[in-house]
Design a protein around this ligand. Structure first.
Ligand SMILES: Nc1ncnc2c1ncn2[C@@H]1O[C@H](COP(=O)(O)OP(=O)(O)OP(=O)(O)O)[C@@H](O)[C@H]1O
Length: 259
């Protein structure tokens, strides 16, 4: 199992944002995390990527305990994440943005940079090649010299994915990649995610667009009020009375699930 989450909780003040969540993310698959607004999806992502420290519970990645480790460590361990709204550097070009993400892969230190050592120059060349490769992969290589902030949202989202891929993750956490995109764009994000998985990278996805989730996910985890209320294949989740209740606010255990 690539990622194992056990009994994970995060409390803010008196509020249980995530409560006792167990989750297994298998290698080479798409795991979707869904649930109503405020269910704890983003908090769970932040716990996995080290942006929040859990109140209790454990996170194991590739056999190593990474519970509570900071983002710079989780990213080196092989977990990369994107955000609901893009976090690109405004004043930097597209290529400069992706190059900045490559830093985590390099072996040179600040002194190498100051002295321009061969090790630094090797890193610089490799980072440039890697950045262009990932920009090409997401279909944005031709935009390398554009200012990232001037580009449409959909393009910025693609560039954010290139940034995450440039860190060479084994697990990519995508936070609402299709939010605010047209149906056509959503479909092309779906294709991109399939290509990412085909490269052997596992994907964990938070997404409100059900068409995308149902088309892509191998397994779906449903959160409600911080707790895992269901886990299964898209077909199983569609029929789960607890899920229907959480989304529609009707008790289908007594009224029967809508077909
Ligand atoms: N930093 C924080 N401080 C206090 N409360 C927080 C914090 N982050 C999240 N919460 C609360 O924790 C709960 C879960 O929020 P979270 O953002 O994880 O939900 P979500 O499922 O991602 O929602 P959405 O689909 O709207 O993005 C909410 O009640 C939210 O108000």
């Amino acid at each position: 199992m690539l990622l194992q989450v056990r009994d994970l909780s995060k409390t803010f003040g008196g509020l249980d944002a995530v409560k006792g969540v167990d989750l297994d993310v298998p290698e080479g698959q798409v795991t979707a995390i869904i649930g109503p607004n405020g269910a704890g999806k983003s908090t769970l992502f932040n716990l996995l990527a080290g942006f929040y420290r859990p109140t209790s519970g454990t996170v194991t990645f590739d056999g190593a305990d990474i519970t509570g480790q900071k983002p710079h460590r989780t990213v080196r361990a092989g977990i990369a994440r994107t955000f609901q709204t893009t976090h690109l550097f405004d004043g930097a070009t597209v290529l400069e943005n992706v190059l900045a993400a490559c830093v985590v892969r390099g072996r040179s230190n600040p002194l190498d940079a100051v002295l321009h050592t061969p090790r630094y120059r090797r890193d610089e060349k490799a980072n440039h090649e890697k950045s262009m490769e990932e920009l090409d992969f997401v279909g944005a290589a031709h935009l390398r010299d554009e200012l990232a902030s001037t580009l449409p949202q959909e393009t910025q989202k693609r560039i954010s994915i290139a940034l995450a891929l440039a860190t060479e993750p084994r697990l990519l956490l995508l936070d609402e990649p299709a939010a605010g995109t047209t149906d056509e764009e959503t479909e092309s994000f779906g294709d991109l995610i399939r290509q990412i998985v085909a490269r052997g990278i596992s994907v964990c996805l938070v997404e409100h667009k059900m068409s995308m989730v149902m088309n892509l996910a191998d397994q779906i985890v449903v959160l409600d009020h911080g707790q895992r209320i269901a886990l299964g294949s898209p077909e199983e989740i569609k029929r789960d009375p607890l899920v229907i209740e959480a989304y529609l606010g009707v008790d289908t255990r007594t009224t029967g699930a809508p077909s």
